[in-house]
Design a protein around this ligand. Structure first.
Ligand SMILES: [Cu+2]
Length: 352
């Protein structure tokens, strides 16, 4: 409601300014050629072009300096480096081309501004020039696209090589549940129609399928470092998206089907907490939190870095808070944690 009112006020103010400008224009005494740009108008517009050029370069540099600290730290997965490299090369090319073409565009706008007595040159075409400005983008874009396709195929090649752990990520409004495939490393069949709250079967695991008996259902995702994980995603209700930014991983969770993503975590949570970028970020965040705590604002306890699984599809009103903690640890720590979890069979409530 407040937003609507603010918007209405803004629109009304804009209309008022527009009307006032019209009145101001009408009140001016008119000379005959007032509507036609003269040499000095053209020159001023030329200078304005340069001002705009300085503005876009300035805002680019400002954004780099002020906001590059918001970028993610180094990738914590085996494929992440490849992904980042593709992104940085694309950024560099876009940045280079943009810097040069904007300077040329604005400079020529000024250089060939309208002047009394100057006539535009009629220049039909130039095959060589056209060839050059067609072939360069074609080669660069084809290169980027081929490299992108190659990277995509590599990342999305989900196979059973290297003995991956199989984990299901189950999405529902507005939380995540993870299910490990257990000792047999095979997930029991599941279907939302088999959900039985009375028996605490919250994921709809088929009780008749022996593969499901040793499955382990948890609310915190633990991954052993260096071991490949094959994720199988399901959704109970609407479209969600399993997003694990530190691992450069994202996959939609679609009701009625199983989607997959696979990666190998390479940096433990403990090691990532010592990464200089992460240390800086934690320091900055905690400084802000301390300021807020001093003002008596709640929920401002110091923050410690953790990997997270987020939802990256706007799936409803609590979408922003749909997340699960991910802990990457050594194989021993992982085994010790897993030994404490109970299996689906053991955790099920007996039928009434
Ligand atoms: Cu969601």
């Amino acid at each position: 409601m407040t937003a609507l009112l603010t918007l209405t006020v803004l629109v009304l103010v804009a209309i008022a300014i527009w009307q006032m400008t019209k009145i101001f224009e009408l009140s001016q005494t008119k000379t005959e050629d007032a509507e036609i740009a003269n040499d000095s108008d053209n020159k001023n517009n030329g200078y304005l072009l340069f001002t705009f050029l300085i503005f876009i370069y300035g805002i680019t540099i400002f954004s780099f300096v002020k906001y590059s600290k918001m970028l993610l730290p180094e990738a914590a997965s085996a494929h992440g480096g490849e992904y980042d490299q593709l992104m940085w090369v694309s950024f560099a090319i876009i940045f280079f081309v943009q810097t040069i073409t904007q300077a040329l565009l604005h400079y020529f706008g000024y250089k060939y501004r309208g002047q009394k007595g100057r006539k535009a040159l009629f220049y039909a075409d130039n095959d060589r020039l056209e060839f050059i400005w067609t072939i360069i983008p074609v080669v660069v874009l084809a290169g980027l696209i081929l490299w992108g396709l190659y990277t995509w195929t590599n990342i999305m090649d989900i196979n059973e090589d290297d003995d991956p752990i199989v984990i299901e990520l189950y999405a529902q409004q507005f939380n995540w549940t993870a299910r490990y495939a257990g000792d047999d490393n095979v997930l029991g069949d599941a279907n939302v129609r088999l959900i039985n709250i009375d028996k605490a079967n919250i994921l709809g695991i088929d009780e008749a399928d022996p593969n499901g008996e040793d499955d382990v259902i948890v609310k915190e995702l633990h991954l052993p470092v260096g071991r490949k994980v094959n994720f199988k995603m399901r959704s109970q209700d609407v479209l969600h998206s399993a997003y694990m930014p530190h691992f450069r991983a994202q996959m939609n969770c679609v009701p009625g089907m199983i989607t997959q993503f696979s990666f190998t975590p390479t940096v433990t949570t403990a090691d990532m907490r010592m990464n200089p970028d992460v240390v800086e970020k934690v320091k900055r965040t905690n400084a802000l939190r301390a300021e807020r705590a001093a003002e008596g604002i709640p929920n401002t306890d110091p923050w410690e870095f953790d990997y997270v699984l987020l939802c990256n599809k706007i799936c409803g009103k609590s979408h922003y808070n749909m997340q699960m903690k991910i802990v990457v640890e050594t194989e021993e720590e992982f085994n010790a944690w897993m030994a404490e979890q109970s299996t689906f069979k053991a955790s099920m409530s007996p039928a009434e």
